[in-house]
Design a protein around this ligand. Structure first.
Ligand SMILES: [Zn+2]
Length: 457
């Protein structure tokens, strides 16, 4: 066991996610979600079925999935593959947003079966210490931004970041609303006054990165980066501003592709909602911005670069547990600096110094390796994380550093990572006699509270 290895929280049965407070759903994996939903915009009403393809890894007399109580579960049935017998005896929907499904008789381990859950209701975002997350009604439509545990606001799921799955998402909505979901559009079927939009997610995706955006959007082509098309969906009235503010989006995809390896998904899309949003948010192959983020003055270029970089750091390389959120946000913040280094010639070092000075004036009580739920989205985590990435870049030198990052991003592409995976890639590109320096940086930036000295080469 290397000194970097540690036990994952999810390896301890019966425990709960210390960050979200949600109990783990144990004994099975969900391989595929088939969501077949109808949304009526005016009454904010969602109805349909979720088909969960399950594989048990323990014998199960019952199981739980996460499902908000605002959704009314009407029916749960099971269907097993091959000759297996799986029958649902009853289900209970608890106040803690857990749906408990009890089987007629014990389901053996290694059984594949599907759960079909019918539900309907007026979806509401989940209230959390980080604000309202999940399905949210907008002025004319809906949006979904679920990080970290808002997914059960719109579908029953195993809502933990390391349980990635494949998806088919079908949403029917009244014309003229457009439905933009995570995944590739397979088809649209128009019937009378509604259209059904079918999207398929063919790469493993974490529940919090599943998204639905409903509104009156027009499509704005933003160019290509190699073979990757880059597109925006925005209200027609914002077209000129989006074309101006997102003009470099394809060049950003190009830059990160050169630095970190191939873009992980078939395309990149940004949705700009008609509503104002406090912060933009990343989803799988998609990012969501508010109308305020397209102000026609490129005020938010930094965040446009930041959200894109999550496609590598966070979405393809997912965190196994929220403790490691710096692997998402430290890298995404550093990617802002890398974009400006490339586009303006101002070196990342400049931004590093600026933010180092600001960090010096703030309380130094945040542990990067495990910030705790209250500070997981604290700006200090983003900036300290980015400074640590800068320190690693200086230690290895540009050529070795970016080669190591490409190997890190490729090896666990579409999987989950822990800091051990990053350090493994870095050590492979660093002379053995310098490994103790890497260990010192790790200890100072990640595992200690005081701000270490400003990184130097
Ligand atoms: Zn971020």
């Amino acid at each position: 066991m290397s000194s970097f290895t540690r036990l994952r929280t999810t390896d301890i049965p019966g425990t709960r996610d210390r960050y979200t407070g949600v109990d783990f759903n144990l004994g099975f994996h969900i391989r595929h979600y088939g969501l077949d939903l109808t949304y009526r915009v005016m009454p904010n009403h969602l109805s349909g079925t979720a088909t969960l393809d399950v594989l048990s890894y323990l014998p199960l007399t019952q199981l739980t999935v996460d499902c908000a109580r605002t959704l009314n579960v009407r029916r749960v049935s099971a269907q097993a593959a091959g000759g297996a017998q799986v029958k649902v005896r009853k289900f209970r929907h608890r106040g803690d947003n857990k749906l408990v499904i009890i089987f007629d008789r014990e389901v053996p381990e290694d059984t594949e079966f599907s759960l079909v859950i019918s539900y309907s209701g007026n979806p509401q975002p989940i209230r959390s210490r980080w604000g309202e997350i999940g399905w949210e009604e907008t002025e004319a439509g809906a949006l979904v931004a679920s990080q970290p545990h808002g997914a059960p606001s719109w579908f029953p799921c195993d809502d933990t970041p390391d349980e990635k799955a494949l998806y088919d998402i079908r949403v029917s909505a009244d014309n003229p609303f457009s439905v933009i979901c995570t995944g590739q559009l397979v088809e649209t079927v128009r019937k009378n006054s509604t259209t059904t939009w079918h999207y398929r997610v063919a790469e493993p995706m974490a529940t919090y990165l599943a998204s639905v955006q409903i509104g009156e959007f027009s499509t704005i082509e933003l160019g290509r980066a190699g073979t990757v098309p880059v597109r925006a969906y925005a209200p027609a009235s914002l077209r000129e501003r989006v074309l101006h503010d997102f003009a470099d989006q394809a060049r950003m995809v190009q830059l990160y592709t050169e630095l970190f390896g191939p873009y992980p998904f078939p395309d990149y899309r940004v949705v700009i909602t008609a509503d104002q949003l406090e912060i933009p948010l990343e989803a799988h192959g998609l990012s969501i911005f508010g109308a305020n983020h397209a102000d026609g003055a490129r005020t938010w270029e930094r965040l446009i670069a930041h959200e894109l970089s999550h496609q590598w750091f966070g979405n393809s390389l997912g965190v196994a547990q929220w403790d490691d959120i710096w692997l998402n946000e430290g890298f995404a913040c550093y990617c802002e600096w890398l974009w400006f280094e490339h586009s303006t010639g101002t070196p990342a070092e400049h931004y590093a110094r600026e933010h180092y000075q600001r960090l010096q004036e703030k309380p130094q009580d945040l542990l990067l390796a495990d910030p705790g739920p209250a500070d997981m989205f604290d700006d200090r985590l983003y900036k300290r994380g980015a400074l640590f990435v800068h320190a690693l870049r200086l230690l290895l030198g540009d050529t070795a550093f970016f080669t190591a990052l490409r190997s890190y991003a490729t090896r666990d592409r579409h999987g989950v990572v822990e800091p051990v995976d990053l350090f493994h890639a870095l050590r492979a590109h660093l002379a053995p006699e310098r490994h103790p320096e890497l260990e010192q940086l790790r200890s100072a930036w990640l595992l200690s509270l005081p701000l270490p000295p400003f990184p130097t080469a």
